[in-house]
Design a protein around this ligand. Structure first.
Ligand SMILES: Cc1cc2nc3c(=O)[nH]c(=O)nc-3n(C[C@H](O)[C@H](O)[C@H](O)COP(=O)(O)O)c2cc1C
Length: 431
């Protein structure tokens, strides 16, 4: 029971390599697992040779370098295919291994997020009739991650017949098709994987730096030195980090507002001087009325299913003459077109698979005019509008290993130097 509760996915390891005997013990646990027809189609390749680890990092995923060693889970795909029984058998074996590893003080991370099966096959001499199912990182843990969000048993257990007990996960990429509680549920589950790793922003650190420089030029003249700043939908905590750095100690206060409890808990942990405020499913803000001098919505509105009701509830919390700064990905930008083309050419099945923004959920690009009108409608008069080339287009296409589509795009991007105004910035004033 102990290992069941204490096992965590470990993404930071000490450099020491587990001994062969420890690995034998772990894999012995796999042999105790049930398997379809007892055919025992699952096998494991233990890789601890640093050179082979490097090759795997190159052809499969850079995540391999988090650990000093890994186990590659493969199964003979010719048998017991019905209901993916071969995969079910392998999965039972893997879970046994994870629990045993935890029990003997090793950390693991089960991974299906990798590419290059044929290359992995070549590197590890895996025969063609084996499917590669997973890579399990293994080593001595160098972190103690908190327990991520797990659904309560009442929500996943049905007696005698199926009864819906928790919000569905929607398939659509368009936020308009999502109820706010569905978005909250998606984020509640996925946030705990990425939140701590500060990987939730849609922009890389370099791109965010570019955006923040532009934001600073807009904010400097209006930044309330002694006022109350509220970061709304604070899943990407970088704006909070910058605000905290920008405000002299003891001057002004920052509130982090979000609809996910877990997210607020992480914010509180990382920024103990900031207040937190819950945003309810109907966008009620747990804040005093008329207390905000500056509200920030940095790449948030395009991910919200109901930007209108959000602004309707937020506006009364802003002082007269107070400001709102909105940054959003613009419709019509080259980046928007590139993503549109990608959606058309690559099979994007749902809000998660192959979606560049899967870590945040559904999204839609915004039109500058519509955004301006929306703000105006809620008594927030735009006083300055800008756009900013944050480098999304260029860097998406130049990122290594993004698949054939991005390879082709990269070729064209290198031929034609492009500037794209990807982010719209609107500073508005409460009238
Ligand atoms: C089939 C499967 C695939 C996974 N793939 C990845 C992955 O590619 N990268 C990663 O960092 N974690 C991966 N994980 C780990 C999950 O993110 C992790 O189990 C989840 O966030 C819950 O955290 P916990 O394992 O600490 O309970 C995978 C887990 C499973 C079961």
């Amino acid at each position: 029971m102990d290992a069941l509760e204490t096992r965590r996915s470990i993404r930071k390891y000490k450099p020491d390599i587990p001994s062969d005997d420890e690995i034998r013990e772990v894999v012995r646990a796999a042999t105790h697992a049930p398997s379809a027809c007892n055919l025992q189609v699952a096998e494991f390749i233990y890789v601890s040779d640093p050179e082979i680890m490097q090759q795997l990092a190159k052809v499969a995923t850079g995540k391999v370098t988090w650990a000093p060693a890994c186990l590659i889970g493969i199964y003979d795909s010719r048998f017991v295919r019905e209901r993916s029984a071969h995969l079910q058998s392998l999965s039972a074996a893997v879970e046994n291994m994870l629990l045993k590893a935890t029990e003997i003080g090793l950390g693991t991370c089960w991974m299906a997020g990798f590419v290059g099966d044929d290359k992995i096959r070549r590197v590890l001499s895996i025969p063609a009739h084996f499917e590669i199912a997973c890579i399990v990182l293994i080593g001595y843990p160098d972190e103690e991650p908190p327990r991520p969000y797990k659904s309560p048993v009442e929500q996943i257990l049905h007696f005698n017949k199926y009864e819906r007990q928790r919000p569905h996960l929607n398939l659509s990429i368009d936020p308009k098709h999502w109820a706010p509680e569905e978005v909250a549920e998606y984020r509640r589950r996925i946030f705990s994987v990425y939140n701590k790793r500060a990987e939730l922003g849609i922009l890389s650190d370099t791109q965010f730096d570019r955006l923040w420089r532009e934001i600073e030029t807009l904010l400097t003249p209006v930044m309330p030195r002694e006022g109350h700043i509220c970061e709304v939908h604070a899943w990407d905590l970088r704006p909070v980090e910058r605000l905290v750095q920008a405000l002299p100690a003891g001057v002004g206060r920052v509130t982090v507002a979000d609809s996910i409890e877990e997210n607020l808990r992480v914010a509180k942990e990382l920024f103990p001087d900031c207040a937190t405020a819950a945003i309810g499913p109907d966008y009620t803000f747990d804040l005093d009325d008329d207390s905000i001098d500056l509200a920030l919505l940095i790449n948030k509105l395009e991910f919200d299913p109901r930007p209108g009701p959000l602004l309707e509830k937020l506006a009364p919390k802003i002082k007269k003459g107070g400001k709102v700064l909105v940054a959003a990905l613009g419709r019509g930008s080259l980046y928007h077109r590139l993503i549109g083309l990608r959606f058309a050419l690559v099979r994007i099945r749902d809000v998660y698979e192959h979606n560049p923004f899967y870590k945040i959920g559904p999204f839609s690009f915004v039109r500058e005019r519509e955004l301006g009108d929306l703000l105006t409608h809620h008594g927030l008069r735009p006083i300055e509008v800008r756009s900013c080339d944050v480098g999304l287009y260029r860097e998406e296409t130049q990122a290594p290993r993004r698949g054939r589509f991005f390879g082709i795009m990269k070729f064209f991007v290198e031929l034609v130097p492009v500037k794209s105004k990807e982010c719209i910035l609107i500073l508005a004033e409460k009238s």
